[in-house]
Design a protein around this ligand. Structure first.
Ligand SMILES: *Cc1c(COP(=O)(O)O)cnc(C)c1O
Length: 484
């Protein structure tokens, strides 16, 4: 399997090269030359465990990895570090299914991919005979940062710098990052929003003078953001896994089409669902759920992508994004791989802040939920004995709005992206209408424990008492200096 840039660079690269580079030299994203067909039937995967299924999906994309190398990556990523033996269990509540993707080390779905990416990189570097040190640069809206830090901490031959928007992440997310140990980790707050932070990182990747200077010092840049194909591919696995569980439990019949509802920001998670569908997974619709930063909702409704709008800080900060990077990969596919057109659109987005594109035939339906709707969804589902985090709640609320217009009886899976423990103050506020802004993380954890009956995850026990190791804060135009 070869990989090409969405923007027209004609150089074909292998999976391991694409994973090391992160982003193509022309600023485009790497895409597989063809989305492969899944070889097994649904009946065959119904009883499969996560690791075996992961291998079956990964081998179709990472074709320059040997079987042993892939099994090594899978075993190390999905061995321990998860607090549920199924890794990503499907739970039924009130007639809908929740695919819980937050049982990893940092309590958000980012762990599903970021626990395997460092192993991919280790193997890929060896395979390519690269003896440079890798510098991972990552922009985060809260969850990628911690998941990447946990994955890369003390991995030999790699260093990681995480930039997060100051004031744009939850207190628990911030504490998780700034207390990160590991001699090769660095966390920097940026005075700006997530888009500023992501742009800053993209500019560093496009800075050929800096890249040359780093190369002289034996350092090569790479990315842990979802622009890296090494993040996207592992995310395809859990769409198959959700289906396999439903089939095994008798919730669906073999071949029955289901819907997935995905709380969306950078469009990485839902794009993995789109790839899964194209590989042959029986999916009817993918419902793209946005929060009040509903640039994607407006895009799918009006066919105009327009980022020129107010950036709103919401209770679902990991979805506070106006420039959804991975949308570029969807447009590339929908346009029939017209890289010239995609390059033009991205240039227009940069210059004018908007572009137009017809998304007919994508199978993606968009909805959004504002803050009140998000809170109401948490309260309602709490009444059914289940506590959702704020991001999952956006998806649930958007799904109810979708159902009001399209109730065809198709079963739906809500892709649940974070543990309520990460966003305790807002989750509790939604349920009790009280204010929790004065509560310490430990107090919030105790309250969530009482309210949900779910044990406090090992990963965050004692978070308040940990030493803050990363205190740096910079302006958005100083990010290059920090990376250097
Ligand atoms: C990152 C994140 C999202 C958004 O996922 P994308 O792949 O960026 O669309 C949603 N919820 C949570 C909790 C996240 O961490």
């Amino acid at each position: 399997m070869k990989y090409f840039s969405t923007r027209g660079d004609k150089t074909a690269v292998s999976a391991s090269e694409a994973i090391i580079r992160g982003i193509a030299p022309d600023g485009g994203l790497y895409v597989p030359e063809e989305i492969p067909q899944f070889g097994l039937t649904m009946a065959e995967i119904a009883g499969m465990d996560y690791q075996s299924l992961a291998y079956e999906v990964l081998k179709l994309y990472l074709t320059d990895f040997t079987k042993d190398e892939l099994l090594y990556c899978v075993k190390n990523a999905y061995g321990n570090g998860f607090d549920d033996e199924k890794l990503a269990p499907v739970i039924e509540k009130n007639g809908v299914y929740f695919l819980e993707l937050f049982h990893g080390r940092t309590l958000a779905f980012k762990d599903m991919a970021l626990s395997i990416l460092p192993h991919f990189l280790t193997v890929a570097l060896k395979k390519q005979g690269i003896d440079k040190e890798l510098l991972i640069l990552t922009a985060t809206s809260g969850d990628t940062g911690k998941a990447a830090l946990a994955g890369f901490a003390d991995v030999p031959g790699m260093r990681i710098v995480v930039f997060y928007p100051v004031g744009g992440v939850s207190e628990v997310q911030r504490l998780q990052m700034v207390t990160q140990e590991g001699g090769n980790t660095c966390v920097v707050g940026v005075r700006g929003n997530f888009d500023d932070t992501q742009n800053g990182v993209k500019q560093i990747f496009a800075d050929s003078a800096l890249i040359a200077e780093l190369a002289e010092k034996g350092v090569q840049l790479s990315s842990a953001n979802s622009i890296n194909i090494g993040r996207l591919v592992p995310q395809i696995v859990y769409y198959f896994y959700a289906y396999a569980q439903l089939l095994k439990n008798g919730a669906i019949k073999d071949g029955e089409k289901i819907n997935f509802v995905v709380p969306t920001g950078n469009f990485g998670n839902i794009l993995a669902g789109y790839y899964a569908k194209k590989m042959g997974l029986p999916v009817d619709r993918l419902i793209c759920a946005s929060n009040s930063n509903k640039v994607l909702y407006d895009f799918f409704k009006t066919e105009k992508y327009d980022k020129k709008r107010e950036f709103i800080l919401t209770v679902s900060p990991s979805m506070d994004i106006l420039i959804s990077s991975n949308l570029e990969r969807l447009l590339y596919d929908l346009s029939g791989k017209d890289s010239e057109k995609i390059a033009g659109l991205m240039e227009k987005l940069n210059a004018d802040g908007s572009y137009e594109f017809n998304t007919d035939g994508s199978g993606i339906f968009a909805e959004f939920a504002d803050e009140n709707e998000t809170f109401a969804a948490i309260k309602k589902i709490h009444g059914h004995g289940y506590v959702m985090d704020t991001h999952t709640a956006v998806a649930y609320a958007a799904y109810e709005k979708y159902l009001a217009q399209n109730s065809d009886g198709t079963k739906a899976v809500i892709v649940s992206t974070a543990s309520p423990y990460k966003f305790g103050a807002d989750v509790l506020k939604a349920i009790t209408s009280q204010d929790y802004s004065d509560f310490t993380p430990a107090q919030l954890f105790a309250e969530i424990n009482k309210t949900s009956g779910v044990e406090i995850p090992e990963a965050i026990v004692g978070l308040d008492e940990k030493e803050v190791l990363h205190k740096a804060v910079c302006d958005k135009n100083e990010m290059r200096k920090f990376a250097k």
